[in-house]
Structure formats: structure tokens, C-alpha cells
Design a binder for this molecule. Structure first.
Ligand SMILES: [Zn+2]
Length: 160
């Protein structure tokens, strides 16, 4: 039975008040791994990532699912999961897709006299399809760039 009069032990104080989320042990291990490697050149890392392979060795798979990056490369154990691309791949994907679609809409509008509803019915689904197809290779290339630049873990303000 619990004795409420007994003073609390030192380790019953609960979680520490301050937790540095930016410098988790996993991220530090990933940085340490990266400093020991001779990485390939940037275009090769981007290409490997773009085709869904590990940017470091080109052997292991980059994805476990549509966009979920594996924690570690099965071939060279590169810490791929420590790279957090966040909003960058969707941003680049929207940028590329918009320029493609806008060019196609302008050219189609100039050369044909299609009604607006048919243009919308064609280009709206096409926009979604192109974005879905581009997102994976763009994210892979982004992971390649971030690994090359050593951008691992959470972003930390004011520190290296
Ligand atoms: Zn690898």
C-alpha cells in the first residue's frame, strides 16, 4: 500500500523541465555517421534520390511507402530518416507543376477555341496527376541535397 507520508525520492520528480528537442541522440548519431563518409557529388546524390534510391550508395531504397523515407538505408545504413525535408518538396513540386500547367494552358488557349469548362475539366486533373508524379522524385532529390549539405535533424535557431 502507498504510504503518503513517505518523502518523495529524488527520481520521482517527473520529466525534466527542459528538453532540447533539436539535439536528440539519433540526430547526433546521424551527424556523426555523415562526417565519417565520403559522399558522392551533388548531382549523383540528387539523381539517386530522384529515382527513389539511397542518395549515398544508390543501392538501398529511399522510401517505405509513397513519401515515407526509411529510417536507415538497408545497404549502407545512411541515416535517411534523420533528414527532414518538411515543406521543401511540395514547394518545389508546386513551383514546377504551376509553370508547366500555365504554359500548357496559355498555348492551348492560343491555338484552340476550346470552351473554358473543357479546359478546366482537362487541366485540373492533369495538375493533380503531374504534382503526384513529381512529388516523389522531387522529395528524393531534396533528401539528396540535404544529406550532401549535412542538413540533419530539427532546425535549430542560433546554433550551427
Ligand atoms: Zn545507402
Amino acid at each position: 500500500m502507498l504510504n503518503l507520508d513517505e518523502p518523495r525520492r529524488q527520481d520521482d520528480q517527473g520529466p525534466p523541465a527542459y528538453e532540447d528537442r533539436g539535439a536528440s541522440a539519433g540526430d547526433d548519431a546521424a551527424r556523426a555517421w555523415l562526417t565519417l563518409q565520403t559522399l558522392p557529388k551533388l548531382p549523383l546524390m540528387m539523381t539517386r534520390g530522384g529515382i527513389g534510391r539511397c542518395p549515398v550508395c544508390g543501392e538501398g531504397r529511399l522510401y517505405a511507402g509513397y513519401l515515407r523515407v526509411v529510417e536507415r538505408c538497408a545497404s549502407c545504413s545512411a541515416p535517411l530518416g534523420a533528414v527532414r525535408a518538411d515543406d521543401a518538396p511540395p514547394y518545389f513540386t508546386i513551383f514546377i507543376t504551376a509553370h508547366l500547367i500555365i504554359a500548357l494552358v496559355v498555348v492551348t488557349g492560343q491555338r484552340t477555341s476550346l470552351p473554358v469548362w473543357s479546359m478546366i475539366a482537362f487541366f485540373l486533373p492533369l495538375t493533380v496527376v503531374i504534382a503526384m508524379l513529381l512529388l516523389r522524385p522531387v522529395k528524393g532529390a531534396t533528401v539528396g541535397v540535404m544529406l550532401k549539405l549535412g542538413l540533419i535533424g530539427e532546425h535549430r535557431e542560433g546554433t550551427g
